[in-house]
Design a protein around this ligand. Sequence first.
Ligand code: ATP
Ligand code: MG
Length: 640
Amino acid sequence: MHEERHFDPPEEFAKNANVTAEVYEEADRDRPAFWGKQAERITWAEPFTEVLDWSNPPFAKWFVGGKLNASYNCVDRHVEAGNGDRVAYHWVGEPEGDTRDVTYADLKDEVSQAANALVELGVQAGDRVAIYMPMIPETVVAMLACARIGAPHIVVFGGFSSQALVDRIQDCDARVVITADGGYRRGSAAGLKPAVDEALEKCPSVRNVVVVRRTGQDIGWTEGRDLWWDDVVGRQSTEHTPEAFDAEHPLYVMYTSGTTGKPKGILHTTGGYLVGTSYTHWSVFDLKDDDVFWTAADIGWVTGHSYIVYGPLANGATSVMYEGTPDTPHKGIWWDIVEKYKVSILYCAPTAIRTFMKWGKEIPEKADLSSLRLLGSVGESINPEAYMWYREVIGGGRCPIVDTWWQTETGQLMISPLPGVTSGKPGSAMKGLPGISAVVVDDAGKPVGKGEGGYLVLTEPWPAMLRTIYGDDERYKDTYWSRFENMYFAGDGAKLDEDGDIWLLGRVDDVMNVSGHRLSTTEIESALVSHPKVAEAAVVGATDEDTGQAVCAFVILRDSAGDGGDDIVEELRAHVAKEIGKIARPRQIMVVPELPKTRSGKIMRRLLRDVAEDREVGDVTTLADSTVMNLISDNLKGGG
Ligand code: ATP
Ligand code: MG
């Protein structure tokens, strides 16, 4: 596909932007000096003596000798600076009218109480605490309380099963679990505590479970082990003196979403992570004092950790935090929230945008979205069609879009336009941010030229990089640092366009080989989504006797397309042939009502490959909704 459109930063935006074009050169001239300067954003209890120690690659140490407390940086220092009344979160619960504004002063009190409670429960620096919660303010409080006492947190997405919880608790040997009785999901209360109870039958080393009262539903109770948050946290002092920890002290472990297999415990540490997230939050989102920032993602995903919690709080920003799904209580809820809180920066995943496209533009058009000034996208490539819709319908044609590429492992945004500097091109994440060296290389690790494709690598360490896979240094080296010498291999395919800008092409594992031609899932999916009847598409390669692999596509139609008509399959095959070429024409296209996605909105292609190759569907524990696979197979049996 040939994307000719590009959008320069609006003049006013560029004039007032936080970052100018010179910053790229500044960072290239002296990378450590650049990051050393960004570290001034953080309050250090003891200054660092060296920016980066890379003497034992791939094990990095950033801000060597520095000491700090992450919770102090996210909370106390803003209160001390006189900003205690500033709203940290406009929290919107799922039940209508259930809202709460949490100021920085509120956060300081509650985090201190929770930290005191954890200390009372015997939690010490270095102990792991699992957090299995809905999207409520107490979840942030729990994370910051852990950070405050140096206990790494492991947030497990509240939609995961008890088995997923068992795997993670055992892998990191957590001793305390913080949870809630339940959470709201599509209008009804869904239990969390029961899943914890079930999980803990297999995790005898967990001593205590702290339970936030959220839904008020009946739950089981183990005397001596289980404690109500209201009791154990509520009776504590609101004073707690934070201790300064080493810059490399572990902050948290986050298990990757498992799109490709067994989740990996990604370890992030304190100093570099805070520098990387706060700098990118400020520069890429062009954060201003009066902005209202909304990352519409779950806290149980790295996007939530870095851009709902640590980045925005380190910057003293005001954020929106929303508990519910985009269709509860109605399909216009996001836009009502934007209007009500005058959200100025919205950050979400392409899957959400495509869902809104499917529902039609009449819904967002009912709300006043004029407060928006910048839009962001994360999680997968944004299809040019979805980009244009986001830009026009949500952004009113005036808001720049930042398409941000990064990973759980990278901790911070890595490849993205800078909204006041870089032009936006629908579908391209453009280039590495200042201080980041993102390169596309061929099989032999040589940089490719303009117009060529290959593998995305990072050739220099960066502050928020993962330090290892928890408890498994070998797997860390094997997974990321062994494919190419001295380079971080991201696992994604990418290409450079004629301007040298980067286009992400999907995971290398998903690349299809059809009669010797390498085809990208992203490109074929974008071609399908560019058809007016298609809302979403997922493409996989299935074994084929003649061609090695064959392209199989699963599509969701737009609401306005009805059942698509009798010829829909032929129409779409012809459309792909026209957009990309005959070689990319899907062998098979299946119209489905839903696609299997992780909680972060990513399509789990390995499950679709199972369907396409007609075998039993694999592990579904990390699916957002595990019934989706039944829906798909029923639909196909029904002659779809
Ligand atoms: P797992 O590694 O367990 O399979 P995951 O890779 O889905 O899970 P994340 O770390 O949340 O878990 O996702 C990072 C991946 O998401 C990237 O490697 C890339 O494939 C994709 N991605 C994220 N943002 C973008 C983007 N802006 N453009 C293209 N792809 C993106
Ligand atoms: Mg990954």
